[in-house]
Design a protein around this ligand. Structure first.
Ligand code: GRF
Length: 193
């Protein structure tokens, strides 16, 4: 599920085709009708749904998302560039099987307002010598759940926010499919048919 370009979704779909993974991508959920992640779904021939809400329609949006997850019998919800807080009902419906990826080494450079290029700007402003990607469980707070894995990316003296973002994304694309696969295996998620 995501709101953006869907490069992580693409990496997860690609690994399903090329590697011996335990997971199956049943559905792509976009939180806006113009999200690039929809094109990823089409490219990999995965069904997609758009589920969106704002402050006024949050309850209806939550119900819609619940129904979609139930209809497709989703075991694990993998967030990849989802820009809102996930309603707590969804996390409890899925027994906590909700993963997210963050483009920094949590707990550093996480929390509200820390997303996209802002994360890499903050890393450079702080003079950090390394950054990376973190896969973690999702709770009702931003970037707070248990950390499942991290991949370190060195910061180079000539890095710009954009160059850093590009290198961190490459790390995300290696890390996320592997951790989704490990999560599916270790939680005995039903074998795809
Ligand atoms: C990634 O950098 C991820 O860490 C963050 O949002 C971005 C999503 O990028 N949560 P993409 O849509 O997968 O390209």
């Amino acid at each position: 599920m995501g709101s953006g370009t869907g490069s992580n979704a693409a990496a997860i779909c690609a690994a399903e085709q090329s590697d011996n993974v335990r997971y199956h991508v049943t559905l792509v959920i976009a939180s806006r009708p113009d999200a690039g992640i929809i094109d990823v779904a089409k490219r990999y021939d995965v069904p997609h749904e758009v589920v969106q809400w704002d402050a006024q329609t949050r309850a209806a949006g939550t119900e819609h998302l619940r129904n979609v997850l139930r209809t497709y019998a989703i075991d694990v919800l993998v967030l990849a560039g989802f820009m809102k807080l996930l309603p707590v009902e969804i996390i409890s419906d899925l027994h906590g099987h909700v993963l997210n990826i963050h483009p920094a080494l949590l707990p550093a450079f996480g929390g509200k307002g820390m997303y996209g290029i802002k994360v890499h700007e903050a890393v450079l402003a702080a003079g950090a010598t390394e950054t990376g990607a973190t896969v973690h469980l999702v709770t009702e707070e931003y970037d707070e759940g248990a950390i499942l894995a991290r991949e370190i990316v060195p910061v180079r003296p000539d890095d710009t926010p954009n160059s850093l973002q590009e290198r961190v994304k490459a790390a995300e694309h290696r890390l996320y499919p592997r951790i989704v696969d490990e999560f599916a295996r270790s939680h005995a998620i039903s074998t795809p048919s």
